[in-house]
Each structure stands twice: as structure tokens, then as C-alpha cells.
Write a protein that binds this ligand. Structure first.
Ligand code: M6R
Length: 614
């Protein structure tokens, strides 16, 4: 959570930083702030509660002349969203300004010690402790800023990506990372830093991803230098960014979420490309091919993830168990890490994370590796922490996802899990060649089928008007459609703030059925699969209690069509592929209900795209 950006160079510092903050706003939007050092060595800090646009209004009449600057968009952890708790924070003597993403766990101990030395604090944040500590060390040791930062970070327990600038030093930024992402963009005579590469992709494609424990010294006119906390110099590994600027813009859509929903035919095409070959008869997943023995000998697979990625993981369980005959457990990463897990070297842990930065999933990865398990990552963000910490893995290749509500990443994750299951089944011989070929052939058609389902857009927009003012929703599904129900409910609640519960349809009889009345719509995912007859009974049970029903059915369905109030048809396909298709009408339904309610779908309240705190 929180986005940080920094710039040193001859460009317009303020404009580059503000534009960068807008790109990073998906990471948090409780407050925003900027610190600028002018060529004459004056440090100005401007902050405002709320979105970046508030900061821009606040800055409109200010002197924004600068040679170097850092900026921050906040998702509050310590202290409420307010001007005073907004970053950048500065040291007591006003010499240093610092932005921070992460949490300082021992901030209380450090704060008490600094207060004993006469330091006063103005905010409730853990970040202010860090900047005061750096200044305290700098004054005490009469040392350079980089040495003070290094010394301070040795005393800090927690997660951080920081950038610090100094009054009277318009030529330097010091930055550091531990468990929170930070990437440096190297341009011609200019250097950028940011929580991800989106703020500088139009200026340079050369990026250096900082590793844990590294400190960057960015000086005007000098090559970048990286140090470890023990002062040894670290090697610089420049990567070329693949991202393009058009991926970061709305491209004519009113919201990123809608753009990302409609991108799914092409993102799925990108996800499949090169992985389904010979007309569908062969599945190629490099991470599986390179680790054949691991997958052949796996006794158990444990999937760890959070939120939408966890829902994809549940679908992964059904896929892997039925195709590969390997037992699978799916765990919330936040629970797994504290559950005293039992793992051994024959276990495979699959970590799923769109951002590749979710703190709990990253921690689960580290625990699993320390216990000797083979860890396979499924991620979207190239160069992010999880792909770097895992033994092997696979990118979903769906391009940057900006909307806080995950859509194209979910279908990409499910697609990769499907391909992985097929690749392992191919290796183990647990699925017949003909079956793999049949599924493979259908996978190649998925982008076109998604295009067909997206044609439901106008109908779903009209349908949404009927249900906008419901206070509660139930989402029901069985088998592969149960995680889809969970995902549909999550989409609705996170952007429209309507309470929604996803449930295995048969479990409904054990409690939730009591909730059903005319005021409580149920969305039932009921494609024609091996549980179809069963879900027909569940549909009837809801109807018998007076509940209204929106059903997702297979084209040509005539039974549920006669019971449900509204049906949305999806094309016929092998059962294991239905989640990718049946989730799309649910994404659109939640989008339109939230729009009807006037909600900000791309930046829903209290949420952030990347959850890098516990
Ligand atoms: O980046 P990750 O996939 O690790 O993120 C996990 C969750 O935070 C994320 O899926 C969240 O639940 C989304 N807002 C759901 O739309």
C-alpha cells in the first residue's frame, strides 16, 4: 500500500511527480503529499487529505520551483487519513523530508527513545519516527545522509520502501527497500524512483528493481550506486521494461475496471500465446518443463493467496485434483503464515498474486521455502517481489491492472492454473491425450467466447437497474462455479458496498436459506456440468422461498430459464473452462450496480490495489 515516487533531473519536477502519483493512486488514496528542494536549497512540503487532485488544488498557488523531489500517496495504517499524517514527513529541524511505504513495527520503542532525547512528534505515524531517527543519527555522528540512513535502517524492524531528500542538497535522493517494492528508472541525465515502473515508463525503459536490504544513492550527474546495510556495494542489474504507456490509460473507457473487463479477450490471448501448441494437443509451461521431477514427485500441493487470487486458487484445487490426481489445499496466505504449517521437500507451494507484492503471500512464500518446499509463483507484475522470491513460476501476462477490483488478472490466473494442470497431467499421464487435446482446442477458442459473452454488456447494464438498491445479495454455485460465486460476491461488495455472500449452493440449506425473501436476490451460477441437476434443485429451493434469481446458464438451457427471473447465457464448453467465462457477466453486473450507485469503481473506499502491509 502507499505509492512513492521521486525524481532528480532537469525536467519539471512537480509535474513529473504529480503525474507519477496519479499512476500510483491505485495503491492508496487517503492523502497525498510532495516535498521539493529548490535549486537554492529550500525545502517545501505540501500535503492534502484525500486524492491527488486535492493536492494539486492545494499546490495551485504555491512556489513549485524544484531540482529534486519526492511524493507519496497514502493508504493509512498508523494514524487516520489527515493532512498532518500525510507524507512526506520531515525531521524536527526541517532539514530532511521522507516518504515511506510499509510499516515500522518497532516504531514505539524508537519513538520513546527519541522523545527522551527531546524530539517532539507532530503526527501519529510510524514514518515520522524514521525521519527523526535519521536526522538524530546524522547530527550525532556528523555524517553524510546515506550513512545516517544506513545506520537508522539497522535499528528498524519492519517493511519499508523509503526515499529521503535534504534541504541544501538539491542533487541527491537516498532510497532503500525492505519487503516493500521500489524500482529506479534510469533516464538520460535524469533518474526516477517509484513503487512500480508506471510513473516513468514514458521517460525510460531501463529499470533497476531494488532488492531487500539495498540502499540507493541517486546523485545528479553520477551513475546510480547501490549499497547493502553493511556498506558493501551491490551489483546493478538493469532490466528493460515491457510495459507500454497505452496500458496505463483508459483508452476511451470511463473507468479502468470497464476497460480491463473488455480487455479480457486480448489478455487471455496473451496469456495463452505459446503455451497451447499443435492446435491444442500440447501444453507448454516453462516452469513445469524445467521442474519435471518436482511435479512428478509432488505428494501434495498447497496454494497460498489472498482475495481474488485466493478464489483463483480454489478453482486451481478443482483443476489440479481432477486432472493431476494430486491432493491440493488452498490457504489464505495470512492464515497459512501463522498456522505453524507442516511442509516437506515433496510438497509444492503455489503462491498466486497479481501484484506480486502482497505482504502475506510474500511471507508465506518465504516460510515455505525455508521449510524446503518447492515454491511456484503465479503473478502478473514482472520483476515484483514474489516472482523473485520463488523457485520457479509463470506470469499471467495480462498487462498492468489498475482498477482496484481485480478482473482480467482473475481470468488470467485461472487460465494459467488450467494450463499448469494440463501440463502436469500431460507429464504424469493422468489425463488421456485426447482429453488434453479436446480441452486445449477449446482453450484456443476462449478469447472469442469471451468476446461473445461481453455482448451481454447492454443487457446487464439494464438488468443492474432492477437490483441497484438491494441491500443484500447471495451468490451460489457448485463445483467449479462455487469459487466463481465467491468472486462475484467480492466484486459486488468491494465496489458497490452492498453486502453479498458467496456460498456453495448446497450449503445454503444449512443456514443462509433463512435469509431468502423477496428483498434478497440470488445470483446462481448454473452452467450445464456434472452438478447441473443438483443446482436446478437449489434454484427451485430459492424460488420456493420467494427469492428473485439471476442465473448464469449454458446457451440452450430451458429448465432454469423457466424458474429464474433473469438468465444470462454463456456458451457451451468443457466444465473445467466455465469459470473463466461465467465470471464475466458477474464482473459487469457489479460494475453497473456500483456505477448506478455513483461509486468510484476504480478507487473504492478503504481499499488499495496492492496490500503490502499485514
Ligand atoms: O495482488 P494480489 O493478487 O496478491 O492481491 C490480492 C488481493 O488483495 C486482491 O485480489 C483483492 O482482493 C482485490 N481487490 C479483489 O478485487
Amino acid at each position: 500500500m502507499c505509492g512513492i515516487v521521486g525524481y532528480i533531473g532537469s525536467g519539471n519536477v512537480y509535474e513529473i511527480l504529480i503525474k507519477g502519483l496519479h499512476r500510483l493512486e491505485y495503491r492508496g488514496y487517503d492523502s497525498a503529499g510532495i516535498a521539493l528542494v529548490s535549486p537554492s536549497g529550500k525545502l517545501n512540503v505540501f500535503k492534502a487529505k484525500g486524492k491527488v487532485e486535492n493536492l494539486e488544488s492545494f499546490c495551485a498557488d504555491k512556489n513549485l520551483e524544484a531540482s529534486v523531489g519526492i511524493a507519496h500517496t497514502r493508504w493509512a495504517t498508523h494514524g487516520e487519513p489527515s493532512d498532518v499524517n500525510a507524507h512526506p514527513h520531515f525531521s524536527e529541524d526541517g532539514n530532511l523530508a521522507l516518504v515511506h511505504n510499509g510499516t515500522i513495527e518497532n516504531y514505539k520503542v524508537l519513538k520513546d527513545a527519541l522523545m527522551e532525547h527531546g524530539c517532539t512528534f507532530h503526527s501519529e505515524t510510524d514514518t515520522e519516527v524514521l525521519v527523526q531517527l535519521i536526522e538524530f543519527i546524522k547530527l550525532k555522528n556528523d555524517c553524510e545522509l546515506v550513512d545516517a540512513v544506513m545506520e537508522a535502517l539497522k535499528q528498524v524492524v519492519g517493511a519499508y520502501a523509503i526515499a529521503v531528500i535534504e534541504k541544501n542538497n538539491p542533487d541527491t535522493i537516498i532510497a532503500a527497500r525492505q519487503s516493500s517494492p521500489l524500482v529506479i528508472g534510469i533516464g538520460e541525465d535524469e533518474t526516477f524512483l517509484a513503487s512500480d515502473a508506471t510513473p516513468f515508463v514514458e521517460y525510460t525503459k531501463d529499470a533497476v528493481y531494488l532488492k531487500d536490504g539495498e540502499i540507493a544513492v541517486i546523485k545528479r550527474g553520477e551513475p546510480l550506486k547501490l549499497f547493502n546495510l553493511d556498506n558493501s556495494e551491490s551489483k546493478i542489474d538493469v532490466k528493460t521494461l515491457e510495459m507500454s504507456i497505452s496500458q496505463l490509460e483508459k483508452g476511451g473507457y470511463p473507468h479502468f475496471m470497464l476497460k480491463e473487463i473488455f480487455e479480457q479477450p486480448s489478455t487471455l490471448r496473451d496469456c495463452i500465446r505459446g503455451r497451447v501448441v499443435e492446435g491444442g494437443r500440447k501444453i507448454n509451461i516453462t516452469g513445469v518443463n524445467d521442474n519435471k521431477e518436482r511435479f512428478l514427485n509432488a505428494k501434495r500441493i498447497v496454494i497460498v493467496a489472498c482475495g481474488t487470487s485466493w478464489h483463483a486458487g480454489l478453482i486451481g484445487k478443482y483443476l489440479i485434483q481432477s486432472m493431476c490426481r494430486i491432493p491440493v489445499e488452498v490457504e489464505y496466505a495470512s492464515e497459512f503464515r501463522y498456522s505453524d504449517p507442516v511442509l516437506d521437500k515433496d510438497d509444492i507451494v503455489i503462491a498466486i498474486s497479481q501484484s506480486g507484492e502482497t505482504a502475506d503471500t510474500l511471507a508465506a512464500v518465504k516460510i515455505a521455502r525455508s521449510m524446503g518446499a518447492f515454491v511456484f509463483g503465479i503473478s502478473n507484475a514482472v520483476g515484483s517481489s514474489i516472482p523473485r522470491e520463488t523457485d520457479s513460476g509463470c506470469y499471467i501476462h495480462v498487462g498492468p491492472e489498475i482498477g482496484v477490483a481485480s478482473t482480467k488478472a482473475f481470468t488470467g490466473q485461472v487460465m494459467v492454473l488450467t494450463l499448469l494442470s494440463l501440463a502436469v497431467a500431460q507429464l504424469k499421464g493422468t489425463l488421456e491425450h485426447e482429453k488434453i487435446a479436446e480441452i486445449g482446442k477449446h482453450i484456443l477458442k476462449i478469447p472469442t467466447l469471451v468476446e461473445r459473452v461481453l455482448k451481454l454488456n447492454n443487457r446487464i447494464e439494464r438488468l443492474s437497474l432492477i437490483y441497484t438498491y438491494a441491500h443484500n445479495f447471495l451468490y451460489l454455485g457448485r463445483g467449479y462455479s462455487y469459487p466463481v460465486a465467491l468472486e462475484g460476491a467480492l466484486k459486488l461488495k468491494e465496489i458497490s458496498y452492498i453486502h453479498a455472500e458467496g456460498y456453495p449452493a448446497a450449503e445454503m440449506k444449512h443456514g443462509p436459506i433463512a435469509l431468502i425473501d423477496a428483498e434478497m436476490p440470488s445470483v446462481i451460477i448454473a452452467p450445464r456440468d456434472h452438478l447441473y441437476e443438483k443446482i436446478v434443485s437449489n434454484v427451485q429451493q430459492v424460488k420456493a422461498r420467494g427469492g428473485s434469481i439471476i442465473a448464469i446458464v449454458t446457451e440452450g438451457d430451458s429448465v432454469i430459464r423457466n424458474i429464474a427471473d433473469h438468465v444470462l447465457d454463456i456458451p457451451e464448453m468443457p466444465e473445467c473452462l466455465t469459470p473463466i467465462i461465467s465470471t464475466i457477466p458477474l464482473q459487469l453486473l457489479s460494475y453497473y450496480i456500483a456505477i448506478n450507485k455513483g461509486k468510484n469503481v476504480d478507487m473504492p473506499r478503504n481499499l488499495a490495489k496492492s496490500v503490502t502491509v499485514e
